[in-house]
Design a protein around this ligand. Structure first.
Ligand code: UN1
Length: 510
């Protein structure tokens, strides 16, 4: 690991503030942010967090950089993002390994996360030549009307520990090709991967003489996120994390009529119909429920099963769970790594307790694993609970590998259950029946931002717009036309005639 850290130019004692090429800190050692690996409980590094004074310097540098960056032609900005993508290709193994070690997801998933960065870089390069506006026909003679998209300014990004680098890249790469400058506040639980990303793109910024301040990094706890939310100099705050955090960011940013983009909690369900191909469904369920140890916002938390196949599904799941290997995520044969920290383990234990209190029955009981290889205290056994109904705990997003089973008779009932939670991110149905699939995708079907047929709830590709409804926050990031969130629309009307006709036929003659 040490050798990977060195390659990524991340050291045991790091400055957590950067405006792109420059890294610095002004806080003393008494305020250090410690990064412990959930894999083995080791202290990986200590980071100097950003002070309020440093923060102001970062924002001012970013603002000055924006004045230059917005004038760089969009395809040229795309070219710089292309070079960043090349760098991430080169460092995929090192960064993927660091993601796995700092966050605890499997090495495969760590690499997959870096692949998402590479993919969004490619996407953003293409997008840089496609920041299209529409043209409209004016109702007035000798007039032309069209719209264009301009950058917003400084974009603040608050990211979560579970996707410590990919979610930043979805935001940053698009924000940059759109002409914005970025300030990234990663989760205080995963500062190192963020510093590594900043190191990886540093040379590209330098070689292209990109103004200092286009890519900024600030580190620290919740209060640092609050600085972004409160600051009228931040045109857009894009935040990923808990619904509680999102509500607070939304209220603060709305209080100054700023813009926000939220990607919050999910409570994702898969409906298993009697027409499902279970050979396809079972691996999708298991990956969705236990992948990233149930810490994706797209993790599968609820399984809504038609009663005639309920017993069969149950048995197959128990068998599949019996084959899961829990352990060091850096070892490729393991499927499930640790939870992020002991607080997450407490949340898992409390959910198991509430399941029993609310009439649930644990089909596979959870436990915190102990002994050699589990010293960090963060490894837990993925659990399955049969629930009598969608009780309070089922309504709640517990960031841990706990899967709830519910039974249904009719598809209408299944859809009502699927929609009957406060969150609305991802959803799936497994069926080979066309009517069922189309009903699920119709306006009367899933109320989520993502609705799939015969694939699971997690593992979305970057090409689609990513995000969800209700308490998930309503924002869309990544593919499709999500770029529009990082730009302001301007409607332009040009009169090339010699008179001044007014709209709506109004006569105003002098
Ligand atoms: C998240 O958990 O915040 O669809 C993002 C997926 C990943 C992204 C998840 N591509 O599971």
């Amino acid at each position: 690991m040490q050798q990977f850290l060195q390659k990524l130019k991340t050291q045991p004692l790091m400055s957590g503030t950067s405006t792109g090429q420059a890294f610095w800190h002004s806080s003393g050692e008494e305020h250090l942010l410690d990064s412990y690996s959930p894999v083995d409980g080791q202290l990986m590094a200590r980071v100097f967090p950003t002070t309020h004074e440093d923060y102001n310097q970062v924002v001012e540098t970013a603002r000055a950089a924006f004045l230059e960056w917005r004038n760089v032609p969009a395809p040229k900005r795309g070219e710089i993002v292309r070079q960043m993508g090349e760098q991430f290709r080169q460092y995929k193994k090192e960064l993927g390994t660091l993601v796995s070690y700092e966050m605890g997801k499997s090495l495969q998933e760590g690499m997959g996360e870096v692949q998402e960065i590479i993919d969004i870089c490619d996407f953003a390069v293409g997008q840089s030549r496609q920041l299209y506006g529409q043209t409209m026909h004016s109702e007035r003679p000798d007039h032309r009307m069209y719209e264009q998209w301009h950058p917003l300014g400084v974009v603040g990004m608050i990211s979560a520990f579970n996707f410590p680098v990919a979610v930043w890249s979805w935001n940053a790469m698009l924000a940059w090709v759109c002409g914005n400058v970025c300030i990234w506040k990663p989760s205080e639980k995963t500062p190192l991967t963020a510093l590594a990303c900043q190191q990886i793109i540093k040379d590209v910024l330098e070689q292209n003489e990109v103004p200092e301040g286009v890519s900024c990094l600030i580190t620290g706890g919740r209060e640092v996120g609050t600085w972004l939310a409160e600051d009228p100099r931040i045109a857009l705050v894009s935040a990923t994390g808990s619904t509680r955090m999102g509500k607070s960011v939304a209220q603060t940013v709305a209080g100054r009529l700023g813009r926000y983009l939220l990607e919050l909690g999910g409570n994702n369900a898969i409906i298993i119909s009697q027409h499902a191909d279970l050979n396809v469904a079972i691996p999708a369920i298991v990956f969705g429920a236990v992948g990233t140890a149930g810490q994706r916002c797209t993790s599968t938390r609820r399984l809504i099963i038609q009663e005639s196949v309920y017993e069969d599904v149950k048995q197959r799941l128990v068998k599949a769970y019996g084959q899961l290997r829990i352990g060091n995520p850096l070892e490729e044969q393991n499927h499930v790594g640790p939870l992020i920290d002991r607080a997450a383990v407490s949340g898992y234990q409390s959910a198991l307790f509430q399941i029993k209190e609310q009439g649930g029955r644990l089909l596979i009981d959870g436990e915190v694993l102990e002994g050699p290889a589990f010293e960090s205290g963060c490894y837990v056994r993925p659990a399955i609970a049969e629930m009598p109904a969608q009780t309070e705990i089922v309504q709640h997003e517990t960031f841990a590998p706990i899967l709830y089973l519910l039974k249904y008779q009719t598809l209408e009932e299944a859809i009502a259950l699927q929609n009957g939670v406060p969150q609305g991110l991802s959803s799936s149905v497994f069926t080979l029946n066309l009517r069922e699939a189309e009903r699920f995708l119709s306006a009367a079907g899933s109320d989520c931002g993502i609705a799939n047929v015969n694939i699971g709830t997690s593992g979305a590709e970057i090409g689609g717009a990513f995000g969800g409804e209700k308490e998930t926050g309503g924002g869309r990031e990544s593919g499709s036309d999500s770029w529009k969130a990082y730009m302001r629309r301007q409607t332009n009307t040009i009169n090339y005639g010699t008179t001044l006709p007014l709209a709506q036929g109004i006569k105003f003659e002098l």
